[in-house]
Ligand binder design. Structure first.
Ligand SMILES: O=C1O[C@H](COP(=O)(O)O)[C@@H](O)[C@H](O)[C@H]1O
Length: 257
């Protein structure tokens, strides 16, 4: 397991600037090495924190490939959809080719069939592995994404892996589903923990005082909350604002000013 790094910023705005720089640097690295950059998005607040990235001049958007760590099983134009959120606030503002964006199956989403939607998304990932777009992790065969941009709920869930729910125990599947999510909407699909933790780089971005308890519990590995199990192949970094970090035993600011 790689050591978990934390970077604490005085404000959300500072965090957004640094998150954009971090992502742009990795984009340059992977686009140079592989001519591709596979990026996994989550939903929630994270998407609004990508606003500075839109302005980054160095990014070769045509080489980006977009996936989702979790998705609500609903129509693409439903306000609950993580795809819609990302499209409206981020993807529609940058020139990533439409054929490089891999959302949940449109029909199965609209139908509300979580089990089949998860199977179809896993097939989609396998197809991209076969086409050399996604790498695989060592000999495990699990997909290895270049960068995942993750968020955490106040209960400590990440992706759609919730505390006291069994989906986090899945060891074989790449994508699983939940029909009774404690956070609405109830039907979701989600990457499994082994897939999440095979990524080369994992960023967990968390802000606000409502997240202070779960941030502390996750980083101290207490209460067994899902986000506390996050690791990565190369690097895992928690990007925190001062409020989210306020209950950590010791935190120094990492001001960019
Ligand atoms: O439901 C979800 O929640 C988490 C956390 O969202 P936030 O609004 O508390 O930041 C998110 O990461 C996940 O993708 C989403 O489906």
């Amino acid at each position: 397991m790689v050591p978990v790094k934390t970077r604490v910023f005085k404000s959300k705005d500072e965090m957004k600037v640094e998150l954009a720089k971090y992502t742009a640097d990795l984009s340059s690295k992977f686009c140079k090495e592989r001519e591709k950059f596979t990026v996994v998005l989550s939903g929630g607040d994270l998407i609004s924190w990508l606003s500075n990235l839109i302005e980054e001049p160095s990014i070769e958007w045509s080489k980006w490939y977009i996936f989702w760590v979790d998705e609500r099983v609903c129509a693409w134009d439903n306000d609950d959809s993580n795809y819609k959120l990302a499209y409206d606030r981020f993807l529609s503002k940058v020139p990533i080719p439409a054929e490089n964006i891999f959302a949940i199956d449109k029909g199965l989403g609209a139908e509300g069939n979580a089990e089949l939607a998860a199977e179809r998304y896993e097939e989609c990932l396998k197809d991209k592995v076969n086409k050399g777009i996604i790498r695989t992790y060592k000999s495990s065969g699990f997909p290895q994404f270049d960068l995942q941009l993750l968020g955490m709920g106040p209960d400590g869930h990440m992706a759609s892996l919730f505390p006291e729910h069994d989906e986090i125990k899945e060891k074989v599947k790449w994508v699983t589903f939940i029909n009774d999510s404690p956070k609405p909407p109830s039907k979701r699909i989600t990457f499994t923990l082994p897939v999440i933790n095979c990524a080369s780089y994992n960023v967990m971005a968390v802000c606000d005082k409502e997240q202070a308890d779960s941030t502390t519990a996750a980083l101290n590995h207490t209460k067994g909350i899902p986000a506390g199990q996050l690791t990565a192949d190369v690097e895992v970094v928690w990007f925190l604002d001062q409020a989210a970090a306020s209950k950590l035993p010791q935190h120094g600011w990492c001001s960019i000013l």
